[in-house]
Design a protein around this ligand. Structure first.
Ligand code: HSE
Length: 425
């Protein structure tokens, strides 16, 4: 078993979610990759009697700087947030020759240039996928997936709290303060929510994306930043009537050597993909050559999304160190199921003779097979044989059951033509 002891620093929403996810993954990592990632230390400055996770073999270390230098762990996951202490912790971990993984966008945006230099000079990895757009692997997309492209523009919804507030105001007519309170309750907002609504958090993330995409230094201080805190609901409504949504966008563009960085509320045409990114979901649109436009969306804030990205970074390092590969870990207990066993909702079109009682017969067959109907409509006939199309939407049912129903319905004397069956996503 390849054993890599780790330390996790910070036990807020994200830290707790990372610990829980690692505990959950431990048996799979052992069986699939022969890999063990024991959490040997958890850094928490305040002592508690109850923790929202299983401590396992971890000890609680109140001196987070000591944890960074302790030789009993090899990888430090920094989830304390803030800049000054996180910088000190990360530097100490680098000086102890450790890999560091972080979700801290403020730290990377404001002190990342120094930290990258230190890590580089020691040939150490510093991973920060979770710092931008939560669960969307946008850092890996830019670094790896689009490595052969020249990125020319980034436009993103990268603050879940702002997007949540704007969506609640636009769709439900909720007040700005109620929507913000709800986002805080759900664990999306920063400790200081003015970082979210003032656009600072999005600017931190944009600095990171621009640096990755354009190969420029982190330049948070060069970003023009407006938040959503001065937005009036009447403008959201007016934009809506004119065919636009108002979204809080972070935009980075490059033209030869000139880079333009800005964060502000923006009107987006309703038919743009990014316009349909709602709630806490983030969305990032990238224009690149030769690929063209690509679009990525997913959960951008909250414990689960951020933990997904932090643990992905950890696995990147751990699998490489343990020499695991991407093709030799197939689990033969999987079964490939037949289409007959797939469950979905269905659309049916049944062409019937316009006679009393036909619908009752069809619905009786469906009911006997325990297939529940979500909707049913019948259209006027334009058919020369006076056949009437009946459209049925079912609730979720197995393919084999709907096939059985179609077979029986098809035998009714009033049913003509083949019955059309389409699956609903
Ligand atoms: N406060 C941030 C947001 C959390 O709302 O998107 C994720 O970085």
């Amino acid at each position: 078993m390849h054993n890599i002891p780790i330390a996790i620093c910070g036990v807020g929403t994200v830290g707790s979610a990372v610990i829980n996810l690692l505990n959950e993954l431990a048996p799979t990592l052992a069986s699939k990759y022969n890999l063990s990632l024991p959490i040997v230390q958890i850094g928490a400055r305040r002592a508690r009697d109850n923790w929202p996770f299983d401590l396992g073999q971890a000890t609680i270390e109140q001196d987070i700087f000591k944890l960074a230098e302790d030789p009993s762990n090899q990888i430090v996951i920094e989830l304390i947030g803030g800049v000054d202490d996180a910088y000190e912790l990360t530097m100490r971990a680098f000086r102890a020759n450790k890999t560091v993984i972080t979700a801290n966008k403020a730290l990377i945006a404001e002190r990342g240039n120094e930290l990258f230099n230190e890590a580089k000079s020691r040939n150490l990895s510093y991973l920060y996928e979770a710092s931008v757009a939560g669960g969307i692997p946008i850092v890996k997309v830019i670094q790896q997936g689009l490595a052969a492209n020249k990125i020319t523009r980034i436009a993103g919804i990268i603050n879940g709290t702002c997007n949540y507030v704007l969506t609640e105001m636009a769709e439900k007519g909720n007040s700005y303060s109620d929507a913000l309170k709800q986002a805080q309750k759900l664990g999306y907002a920063e400790a200081d929510p003015t970082f979210d609504v003032g656009g600072i958090d999005a600017a931190h993330k944009l600095a990171i994306l621009a640096s990755l995409a354009f190969g420029c230094p982190l330049a948070y201080e060069n970003i023009y930043t407006e938040g959503i805190d001065k937005l009036d609901v009447q403008d959201i409504n007016a934009a809506n009537e004119l065919g636009f949504f108002i979204k809080h966008l972070a935009i980075a563009e490059i033209d030869k050597e000139d880079i333009f960085l800005r964060v502000h509320p923006t009107l987006v045409h309703k038919n743009e993909a990014i316009g349909s990114v709602n709630g806490v979901i983030n969305g990032v649109m990238l224009d690149s050559n030769p690929l063209g436009r690509t679009f990525y969306s997913g959960a951008g804030a909250g414990g689960a999304a951020t933990a997904s990205a932090v643990v992905a970074d950890l696995l990147d390092v751990a699998l490489e160190r343990s020499g695991s590969n991407s093709y030799g870990n197939q689990d033969s207990s999987h079964k490939f199921m037949s289409i007959e066993d797939v469950s979905s909702e269905f659309y049916l079109r049944v062409d019937v003779a316009n006679q009393a009682g036909v619908l009752a017969k069809i619905t009786e067959i469906l009911s006997q097979l325990n297939i529940s109907i979500e909707g049913i409509t019948q259209k006027e006939s334009h058919d020369e044989n006076m056949l009437v199309p009946v459209f049925i939407i079912t609730h979720q049912t197995k393919e084999k059951d709907i096939n059985h129903a179609i077979e029986q319905i098809g035998k009714l004397p009033q049913v003509h033509n083949e019955i059309t069956k389409l699956r609903i996503l």
